[in-house]
Write a protein of this length. Structure first.
Length: 81
């Protein structure tokens, strides 16, 4: 839920995503709402993940799942495979 990290990774501001999560949480039962928070190498770290987890728990009243993105190897042209 760090605005700088979110914008660096998505190119968008964080406010719309937060508003959409809040709207969704008012429409869906807590048992059906599953939030996943990724660790994205070179973008966020465990501190930001913990902060995001706390935000989700406080604002949506659900327990999110934390997970790791896997980095894909580069080919000889330095593009993702």
């Amino acid at each position: 839920m760090n605005p700088d990290v979110y914008q660096a990774y998505t190119g968008a501001t964080i406010e719309r995503m937060q508003e959409n999560l809040l709207k969704l949480s008012s429409l869906v039962t807590k048992e059906r709402l599953h939030i996943r928070i990724p660790h994205i190498p070179h973008y966020n770290d465990k501190y930001y993940m913990a902060y995001s987890k706390m935000w989700v728990e406080d604002h949506l009243n659900v327990k999110p799942k934390l997970f790791e993105y896997l980095e894909l190897p580069y080919n000889e042209d330095e593009k993702r495979v």
